[in-house]
Design a protein around this ligand. Structure first.
Ligand SMILES: Nc1ncnc2c1ncn2[C@@H]1O[C@H](COP(=O)(O)OP(=O)(O)OP(=O)(O)O)[C@@H](O)[C@H]1O
Length: 468
């Protein structure tokens, strides 16, 4: 069965690229003919290709080649050594499919399930394109939240770190996190004194620096926009993002990568990429598992109860599941409720759990927008150090945050859209080569059943009723 598709503007009459030397984009005998924007959409649908592997999950178990084999000749050896030391040996499906395309220099839309390894995919490209002798910003990753930015920075720095077994003369790659709530003054001096090769930034902080001309993007080789659908949907970020894509840099001087687990109306998005000059016209859409947007290791359940019984129902679920690590998603507090001086749902849930013997024995942490940046950072780093935790969070934790130990998700309140459901659920099931079942439980009122059913249809999953 076809598990992924590559849609692209160039028509390919063969199966997907095999790793390394068989990469068709490097094969001079392979004739690829670009087409014009006017007939772009039909061609994208024609170009949907079926995949060779028999894989029935996104785990990449059947992948023949290793990351080293795919990256050799592109990514420096000391980085590949680090990649292996960190435990990344077999490529996931998105890595296997996208890396040969990325190394060929093509712009790319990385569209693959949550937890499928998109971050390592685009970081490996960046490591392949950096000139280590040059002192200039050569790659930029734009992310929607500070939390995701810190995480991506950490992974990049780990990969850039010294290998245990290889003495490298190479100057280490420097990574700057230019994130909301950071010390922008310090960053300003750093950018002027010795520009880092890679900058990971949130939109507002980045724009501030670009507008003040603290640095320019003239040496930028690679631009990655992570969680791209979220960025384009956010009224706060969209205009800055458009400026970045078209005014502060040009498609001709950079390779552009857009990444997300959800790109609603992806054909329209592809069309816009070309029309609006956000990407070059031969942009490739790597769509992994189009028939299964949600990881197959997730088991979905729902419990029906009245609104008054929600907290008690949550407690009963926690007592019977005894999750090793879980995230409870609550709704964001409305401005009206804030003005009325009501406590947010997160506080109500935590206070309730702490009055119970279950809550007193568990470590309960909080992550929400209204916390100050330092508290948010502390909360996340505490979580990463613990093997076992219970996090109460708003949707700020729903995008990109990688806490692989999470085994259970509880939607104390249903997310507003199917896309939000996909990202919340995707905070679990984040170990690419594991078959461990992870559970997503929705606590809903009877009248919300049809909303959940709509998400089931949209995202092609099945939710089972649980009776407590
Ligand atoms: N080749 C690999 N082998 C083993 N683990 C991997 C591999 N690639 C990535 N991982 C791990 O998989 C997890 C998920 O990766 P990542 O955060 O990149 O997912 P993602 O595709 O960006 O998900 P999301 O869409 O939710 O942001 C991480 O913990 C990462 O370390």
């Amino acid at each position: 069965m076809a598990r992924f598709a590559v849609s692209q503007q160039l028509l390919l009459s063969h199966s997907l690229p095999q790793p390394r030397f068989q990469n068709p984009y490097r094969n001079p005998n392979l004739k690829l003919s670009p087409c014009s924007c006017s007939n772009f959409i039909p061609r994208v649908s024609q170009a949907r290709l079926s995949s060779p592997p028999e894989s029935s999950s996104d785990s990449g178990k059947q992948n023949a080649s290793t990351i080293r084999e795919i990256c050799q000749g592109y990514v420096p050896d000391h980085v590949l050594q680090r990649v292996e030391e960190l435990g990344f040996v077999q490529p996931t499906n998105v890595q296997q499919q996208a890396l040969p395309i990325l190394f060929s220099g093509r712009d790319c839309i990385l569209h693959a399930q949550t937890g499928s390894g998109k971050t390592l995919t685009y970081l490996l490209l960046i490591f392949s394109r950096i000139n280590y002798q040059k002192s200039a910003v050569q790659a930029l990753i734009v992310v929607p939240t500070r939390e995701l930015g810190m995480q991506v920075t950490q992974v990049a720095r780990m990969l850039a770190g010294k290998s245990r077994n290889l003495e490298s003369q190479q100057k280490p790659l420097t990574v700057m996190a230019l994130l909301d709530g950071g010390m922008l003054r310090r960053h300003k001096s750093w950018l002027k004194a010795e520009p880092p090769a890679l900058v990971v930034a949130t939109m507002a902080s980045l724009l501030q620096m670009l507008e003040r001309q603290v640095f320019k993007l003239e040496s930028m080789q690679v631009l990655v926009v992570d969680e791209v659908d979220f960025m384009f949907n956010s009224s706060k970020q969209v205009s800055s993002l458009r400026k970045l894509l078209t005014q502060y840099s040009s498609i001709h001087n950079r390779q552009t990568i857009f990444a997300s687990a959800s790109i609603p109306q992806h054909r329209r998005f592809l069309y816009d990429c070309v029309q609006q000059k956000w990407s070059k016209s031969d942009v490739v859409h790597v769509h992994v598992n189009p028939v299964e947007p949600m990881p197959s290791c997730l088991q979905h359940r729902f419990v029906i109860c009245s609104k008054r019984e929600r907290r008690q129902t949550l407690l009963s679920l926690l007592q019977s599941d005894t999750p090793q690590s879980g995230i409870i998603f609550v709704g964001e507090q409305s401005e009206k409720s804030k003005r009325a001086g009501n406590p947010p749902a997160s506080t109500l849930v935590i206070d309730f759990l702490k009055t119970t013997s279950y809550g007193q024995c568990s470590d309960i942490l909080l992550l929400e927008e209204d916390m100050n940046f330092n508290l948010r950072t502390t909360s996340l780093s505490e979580l990463r150090q613990k093997g076992s935790y219970l996090l109460v969070a708003t949707d700020i934790a729903a995008r990109g945050v990688d806490l692989p130990e999470t085994t259970h998700i509880y939607n104390f309140v249903l997310p507003k859209t199917g896309v939000d459901y996909l990202h919340r659920a995707g905070r679990t099931g984040r170990k690419p080569f594991s078959d461990e079942k992870c559970i997503v439980t929705n606590i809903i009122a009877l009248e919300e059943r049809f909303v959940l059913r709509r998400y089931e249809n949209e995202l092609m999953f099945h939710c089972e009723e649980l009776f407590l």
